[in-house]
Design a protein. Structure first.
Length: 228
């Protein structure tokens, strides 16, 4: 396998997501969880979840116009927070909304970052490609990428986050941007994502890659074994 560059998704691959946490935080703060849990066919600006409807949060499949706009940088954090606050009850503050919004951020186990460092020692170039938003990204950097030896600069040659590049997976253009910026042929890039649609989109653009099954413990190590 002629791979020189390995590209990681963030949430679900490096970062464990706490999907239950955001619902609990919303209830604790008196915010309706339906503000953040959105349904694909929802016409509401922030989305609504009907009885028994499949829902998700912080994922690219969301069709909520506000969350999608925020994710690709078409809406600022202040605009997003103001919109959410307009749906909240009396007494809810900006800080309350931020706490609830960031509650889905779980942990990045150190061993995953050490795997990246090992790949770099082996001569591979490593990169990050994530659908995220300003509030989540700043909090994730603060929690996990501030320690010496574990900053984004230490771990990744390039970071592509949707709200900064104004593109989101599975749009073909975000993969084109990544390969052009990296300066590498697509077929030499190996992309790992926990959303199959995103991996299939990357392969359509010529990349190699693997879908990570978050239900399988140690699946990331198994995927990377051939490079280590």
């Amino acid at each position: 396998m002629n791979v020189t560059d390995i590209i990681f998704d963030l949430g679900g691959v490096l970062l464990d997501l706490n999907m239950e946490g955001i619902g609990e935080a919303c209830k604790r703060l008196g915010i309706n969880p339906e503000l953040f849990f959105v349904k694909a066919e929802s016409p509401s600006p922030l989305g609504e979840v009907g009885k028994g409807a499949a829902s998700t949060v912080c994922q690219g499949i969301s069709a909520s116009k506000a969350i999608t706009a925020y994710q690709v940088g078409e809406m600022t954090s202040e605009q997003f927070l103001s919109l959410v606050l307009s749906h909240c009850g009396e007494g809810i503050t900006r800080e309350d909304v931020i706490e609830a919004w960031n509650a889905c951020i779980g942990v990045i186990p150190r061993w995953r970052l050490d795997l990246i460092k090992e790949l770099r020692r082996k001569g591979y170039h490593t990169h990050l490609l994530s659908n995220t938003n300003d509030l989540h990204w700043e909090e994730i950097k603060r929690r996990f990428f501030m320690e010496e030896g574990y900053t984004c600069e230490d771990l990744f040659d390039h970071v592509f986050v949707s709200h900064e590049v104004h593109l989101a997976k599975p749009d073909a253009e975000i993969y084109h941007l990544a390969t052009q910026t990296i300066g590498c042929q697509a077929e030499k890039c190996y992309f790992i994502d926990d959303t199959l649609l995103n991996v299939e989109a990357a392969k359509k653009e010529g990349m190699q890659g693997a879908w990570l099954d978050i239900t399988k413990e140690g699946h990331l190590k198994s995927i990377l074994q051939e490079f280590l």
